[in-house]
Write a protein that binds this ligand. Structure first.
Ligand code: GLN
Ligand code: ZN
Length: 764
């Protein structure tokens, strides 16, 4: 019998119950008991539905009210000092760590968040020091395992493994300079032993221990730590299935195969080529292989025939008893169910599988591989064949003009007409910006009125003409405001955009949208990624009317704003039938037309935002060059059609550029703005050390909080920056767009920013 498993399930609930309950609790409108009740209801619904699909290994314990890594930290008492002794309940300490807290005399910022591997999910980074006092304050895995058991559902608890937990964490401020979190392993293991002993006593047959760092290059030196940890844990634990995902084990499999584990999960959806080496490495052991064939990262219906053939190879080598058919990773990165989609056409709906449908897929594939003669299984197999064939037919309907255009891209299309040293002079004459020019990143406050107008348009309560009039008024307000406070390079404020990716997706051909395809980004923040389904093109100009209108209102230069090709792709569900490179280039060509149209309409500076370029970087270093080549080329393709006189800007939210700096340089943007107010000036030193010569706008204040920076603070920041970089390179701007801010703090902050820039002009 071939078993099936799901590595984790979305937490939001089919109707966003958990998100709503968590936010109501924060607003003081729901009690803790009611919050826990609605969380338990969602867990029950998920377990019941996944079980009904026929999955053998159903996950438990991975549910979270905010973030599973934060849950893990809180359970082990890994609570930074600043959150202790505030007189808060454990739940409020937990939320304070996740999102900060400012109330009744308590004022603590949130912990740092980081991107979860190469996904758009953020986890709360655990902080460790020599003083970390591990205590198993809450055995979440046992509690939720028992909760399911009481409902008559046998589950496979999921926990984050000890090595990944420590390796994903950082040294707390109070730790000594040479402290490494991994040094705490021997202190941590006894608690894992207790946790796992309790799980076994509660009746769990299996436990899924996630060690996702095993797909990183940085795991190789941790061989000894893995050996120690699992030698200690396995004698007391239920049968351990060690889970890895998102990339390949590579040579780490050599030591993983020697660990005393009962099962190993690998992602063969992303990395089918690792099947063979992994099978070879574990063949002579008793390790069961869990094969992640159904993607946990995208929403395309699985091709059963392909999965069956892949899993068949494993079965041939290891036997059916040693193979589990699984999702490639947790389904956290996919929406809950297609049943909530009522606007997709029947044809489109047939292309996709969301979390619940994916649970059905692993169960069906496992049944087929087990030789099931069940009529329902044969008809599911047949239906899948038909669906996949239809999709393949659809995939053949390419947009020939777009394909030809991509094939005809020549190297000269990636380069501006003249080098920056020439462009700089032409632009100085053309734009007439002062030294230390001031600008913003694009968006201004997205007020309730703006969101209401958009909602009314959506419901047909106002006409397109009325909506456009409303947007024009908003633009005029933003333009007059910038003139009044004395900014130099203006923006129109982006009031027409619901989201920087969705807005463009809706205007391009080749995308479809969901109504309820919510995917967790962090905490209670969920996004609805658009889906790329076919070749992408731009049927008509998108932003030109708005930027041109804004420019018509003022003599000052107006900057146009677009979202870059790599970011649109990274924050969408991409097609699986063609390469990401092809999709990115198609987007780049569509944006190139928009960029040139903006220029023709009299816009003299155009910003193409690429905040997601770093996040899309492959997890294995060996794969970086290939990605960076097409990612940077895509950006260049979108901007290089400009005349010398037009300034090409790009914007990145905080990114660790150190290791990819040559690629940042190769973008050859005239101006690049980066989030820099919270970081030390290390990043600017990198620019300096590489001899970067184009203009840079390191953010002078943090826009993520309503706090207003004083004028002196901005001057101090500029002064510190000027110690690293020559003033001729500096542009003065905030860290990022202002859409999440209110007008009051926006005005106060920007007034101070302008004062800071004027001071710099006089003194440097
Ligand atoms: N232009 C966008 C804005 O200002 C950039 C947002 C981002 O970088 N995340 O909102
Ligand atoms: Zn940004």
């Amino acid at each position: 019998m071939v078993a099936s498993s799901v590595l984790g399930f979305p937490r939001i609930g089919a109707n966003r119950e958990v998100k709503k309950a968590v936010e109501a609790y924060w607003a003081g409108k729901l009690s803790e008991a009611d919050l826990q009740k609605s969380a338990a209801d969602v867990r029950k619904a998920s377990w019941t539905k996944v079980q009904a699909k026929g999955v053998t290994h159903i996950p438990s314990g991975e549910f979270s009210l905010y973030d599973h890594v934060l849950d893990h930290s809180a359970s082990f008492n890994v609570i930074p000092k600043r959150y202790q002794g505030l007189g808060l309940s454990p739940l409020d300490v937990y939320f304070a760590m996740g999102r900060g807290r400012q109330s009744e005399g308590v004022d603590v910022p949130a912990s740092e968040m980081k991107k979860w591997f190469d996904s758009n999910y953020h986890f709360v980074v655990p902080e460790f020091s020599e003083e970390t006092d591990f205590k198993l304050v809450f055995n979440k895995a046992v509690v939720e395992y028992k909760e399911a058991k009481e409902l008559g559902i046998e589950t496979r608890p999921v926990i984050l493994g000890p090595v990944s937990f420590l390796a994903l964490g950082k040294a707390a401020k109070e730790a000594s300079a040479d402290f490494k979190p991994i040094s705490l392993l021997s202190k941590l293991l006894p608690l894992y032993k207790t946790l796992l002993t309790d799980l076994k006593a509660a009746g769990a047959e299996w436990v899924q221990i996630d060690e996702p760092i095993l797909v990183l290059d940085t795991a190789a030196p941790l061989e000894k730590e893995f050996a120690t940890a699992y030698a200690e844990l396995s004698p007391v634990a239920p049968k351990i299935v060690l889970a890895t995902y998102f990339a390949r084990l590579d040579s780490n499999v050599d030591f993983v195969a020697k660990l005393p584990i009962a099962g190993l999960h690998i992602d063969v959806n992303r990395e089918p080529a690792q099947l063979e080496p992994v099978v070879a490495a574990i063949k002579s052991t008793n390790i069961v292989l869990s094969l992640g064939v159904v993607s946990g990262r995208n929403i395309w219906k699985n091709d059963f025939a392909a999965s069956i053939s892949l899993a068949g190879k494993a079965i041939e080598a290891l036997g059916a008893e040693r193979v589990i058919v699984a999702t490639s990773s947790s389904l956290l990165h996919t929406p809950v169910t297609l049943d909530s989609e009522h606007k997709l056409t029947a044809e489109q709906k047939d292309w996709f599988s969301f979390a619940l449908e994916k649970a059905g897929e692993v169960a069906t594939i496992a049944s087929v591989l087990s030789g099931s003669q069940d009529a329902a299984i044969s008809s599911a197999l047949e239906a899948n064949k038909v669906s996949i064939a239809k999709r393949r037919d659809f995939e053949k309907t390419s947009n020939d003009a777009v394909r030809k255009r991509v094939a005809a891209i020549t190297p000269d299309m990636l380069e501006r007409k003249s080098p920056f040293s020439v462009r700089e002079q032409v632009q100085a004459k053309h734009l007439k910006l002062p030294k230390f020019p001031t600008t913003t990143i694009g968006s201004f406050p997205q007020t309730k009125e703006i969101r209401q107008a958009r909602a009314k348009l959506g419901k047909g309560e106002i006409t397109v003409e009325e909506y456009d009039e409303f947007i024009k008024k908003e633009i005029e307000t933003v333009v007059r405001f910038q003139e009044k406070i004395g900014l130099d390079l203006l923006v129109h404020g982006e009031p027409e955009r619901n989201d920087m990716v969705q807005y463009f997706g809706e205007k391009f051909d080749g995308f479809v949208f969901t109504q309820n395809g919510w995917v967790q980004s962090y905490g209670s923040r969920y996004v609805r990624p658009p889906i790329v389904v076919s070749d992408v093109s731009r049927p008509a100009p998108i932003t030109v009317q708005w930027s041109a209108y804004a420019q018509s209102l003022t003599k000052l230069p107006m900057k146009g704003m677009l979202t870059g090709p790599v970011t649109i792709l990274n924050w969408s569900f991409p097609r699986a039938d063609v390469s990401r490179e092809l999709q990115s280039k198609q987007l780049a060509l569509a944006l190139r037309d928009e960029v040139i149209d903006l220029e023709t309409a009299g816009i003299n500076a155009i910003q193409v935002d690429e905040p997601a370029i770093r996040e899309g970087l492959p997890l294995r270093r060996a794969d970086w060059d290939g990605y960076l080549k097409w990612a940077v080329d895509s950006f260049k393709l979108s901007t290089a059609g400009l005349q010398d006189q037009t300034q090409a800007h790009s914007h990145f939210c905080y990114s660790d550029f150190d290791d990819i700096f040559p690629s940042i340089q190769r973008l050859d943007a005239d101006v690049i703005s980066i989030e820099a107010s919270k970081a030390d000036l290390k990043l600017l030193n990198t620019f300096k050390n590489y001899g970067y010569s184009n203009s840079i706008g390191p953010g002078v204040y943090d826009i993520h909080s309503p706090r207003v920076p004083g004028a002196q603070e901005i001057k101090d920041r500029l002064k510190a920056m000027l110690e690293v970089l020559p003033g001729s390179l500096l542009v003065v701007n905030p860290d990022c767009g202002l859409k999440t801010r209110g007008w009051k703090e926006t005005e106060a902050s920007l007034v101070n920013l302008v004062e800071g820039a004027r001071w710099a002009r006089e003194n440097f």
